[in-house]
Design a protein around this ligand. Structure first.
Ligand code: HEC
Length: 89
């Protein structure tokens, strides 16, 4: 019985470790994606100097797509999510 409990504890620790790692990886990817896509016309400091709600970032990024920013809708979502978390208000 004890062995099973220990096995459960170990596997949950491993799973937590993996999900933390995955979270860290998406964060890094989102930042890289944002800096690559959003520094082509103006510097990335332009959005970095702002604080907006998620809804405001969403409309800003949609406007950037209209301005000609080459991101897919999927990438736009990742960038909006990153901006709202990092430069939210
Ligand atoms: C194709 C060129 C282009 C790209 C790529 C681009 N922008 Fe812009 N951006 C503009 C232009 C033009 C303006 C000024 C006119 C305007 O505000 O729409 C601007 C202005 C801004 C502003 C200041 C105005 C405001 O609403 O606060 C922010 C913030 C901004 N961009 C964020 C971004 C983000 C985030 C991305 C990446 C998803 C991005 N931009 C990519 C062209 C671009």
């Amino acid at each position: 019985m004890k062995k099973i409990l220990i096995a459960i504890m170990i596997s949950s620790l491993v799973l937590t470790g993996i999900s933390l790692y995955a979270d860290e990886a998406t964060k890094v990817d989102a930042k890289a994606l944002f800096e690559k896509k959003c520094s082509q016309c103006h510097s990335a400091d332009r959005p970095k100097s702002k604080k907006k709600t998620a809804a405001e970032w969403e409309s800003t990024v949609a406007r950037m797509q209209k301005n000609g920013c080459p991101v897919t809708d999927e990438e736009a979502k990742i960038i909006v999510d990153y901006l709202a978390r990092t430069y939210g208000k």
